[in-house]
Design a protein around this ligand. Structure first.
Ligand SMILES: *[C@@H]1O[C@H](CO)[C@@H](O)[C@H](O)[C@H]1NC(C)=O
Length: 202
């Protein structure tokens, strides 16, 4: 069993829930705002392909119902963007780790697909912080079902609907209220991986 943390959001609804997304089969347990990076490599055709992400997740369940809940992704991206380059994502995450603030729910990153051993899938890992610290089942590795363009514009990464593959944290994960994270439109083949800052709700 994994524990809910923060406030009860079992009746919460996602504002602007895309019609193409599968409706949740369970009541919501967690609400997070994330800051992190989306990573891209440059393909031989001169366009970027997403190869993963790393982000820190903060509990926003207790903000549900307030105007701060609706706008927190704007505050998150604004702060994150002005963080000096000496604070890359891993550094910020490491600092937040060491403070063990109860507001940190966990981390989001990519792992090898646990079912096929091929390719990578996103993981949400709450095993080292918050109410579920030390619970080795408090994670979910998921696979994308659908994505839709962000309603806020092409500078923001897609909203996505994901289904669990392994782990006890959740059956469904939704990425919504995205801010930024898109790669440049073109690149020079052979150029190194880039990390683009983003914020979102999960
Ligand atoms: C993404 O890039 C960050 C550095 O910005 C790195 O720490 C992380 O391991 C990368 N993750 C993936 C899956 O590429």
């Amino acid at each position: 069993m994994v524990k809910r943390s923060g406030c009860d959001i079992s009746n919460a609804k996602i504002t602007g829930f895309p019609t193409s997304f599968a409706a949740p089969s369970l009541k919501p347990s967690f609400a997070a705002v994330a800051i992190g990076v989306q990573n891209y490599t440059c393909g031989s055709t001169g366009t970027y392909t997403n190869v993963g992400a790393v982000a820190e997740l903060f509990d926003i369940s207790c903000l549900y119902g307030s105007s701060a809940f609706d706008t927190i992704q704007d505050a998150a991206i604004d702060i994150w963007k002005i963080a000096p380059p000496i604070f890359p994502a891993q550094e910020v995450i490491a600092i937040l780790h060491s403070t063990n603030t109860p507001a940190v729910l966990g981390q989001h990153y990519y792992v090898t697909n646990p079912l096929t051993g091929q390719g990578v899938n996103p993981k949400w890992d709450f095993t080292s912080q918050g109410a579920n610290a030390g619970n080795s089942n408090a994670f979910v590795v998921a696979a994308k079902v659908t994505g839709v363009s962000a309603p806020t514009g092409s500078q923001d990464i897609d909203w996505v609907d994901l289904k669990a593959l392994t782990g006890s944290l959740a059956q469904e994960v939704y990425r919504t209220d995205t801010r930024e994270g898109q790669p440049p439109a073109s690149c020079t083949p052979g150029s190194p991986m880039i990390s683009v800052k983003y914020a979102a709700k999960y």
